[in-house]
Design a protein around this ligand. Structure first.
Ligand code: ATP
Length: 141
């Protein structure tokens, strides 16, 4: 089966680099599915979950926004931040969510409120992905 190379990078690190079967992410116009031989494309990504399929296995990551570029040789995601499912600190994301909600309530329609809304979206993306960890504990053996 045809595959394509996916690289996910942040300013800090290379998060993911592998040959995969399919990718689904949240583009500006909604869900975006990428299969091998996709036409060249460049788009912004919203904070959310990202699904990678490789060898019939699905892996989920949280992304806090960025850019996706489909090149002839590979697909590159430049992410603001991105965590694989096992890297997500749930307590930290819960704290960030609470903080953001409090700020949005205390300062609606303000710069702080807008920043808090962005932080809320990041925290919700992390919690959504981490929720899968709870539902699908790692297989043993
Ligand atoms: P916080 O307020 O908890 O720092 P944030 O949304 O402001 O959350 P970011 O600015 O998106 O954090 O990310 C800063 C760094 O911290 C990145 O390297 C990101 O991967 C990491 N990070 C943020 N939240 C979490 C989390 N809940 N679990 C694991 N890593 C996280």
């Amino acid at each position: 089966m045809a595959t394509f190379r996916l690289e996910i990078v942040t300013a800090e690190r290379l998060v993911y680099s592998d040959d995969i079967d399919a990718l689904v992410a949240w583009g500006v116009e909604g869900q975006l599915g990428i299969l091998p031989h996709h036409a060249p494309l460049m788009t912004m990504l919203h904070p959310g979950d990202l699904m990678i399929r490789k060898d019939k296995e699905e892996e989920y990551l949280a992304i806090s926004g960025g850019f996706l570029e489909v090149r002839p040789d590979k697909v590159i995601i430049l992410a603001d931040a991105c965590e694989r499912i096992d890297e997500i600190d749930i307590a930290r994301a819960e704290e960030a969510k609470k903080r953001a909600q409090e700020t949005m309530k205390a300062a609606p329609l303000s710069v702080e409120g807008a920043r808090a809304e962005a932080a809320l979206r990041r925290s919700l993306a992390r919690l959504k992905v981490a929720e899968r960890r709870r539902r699908q504990p790692p297989r043993v053996g």
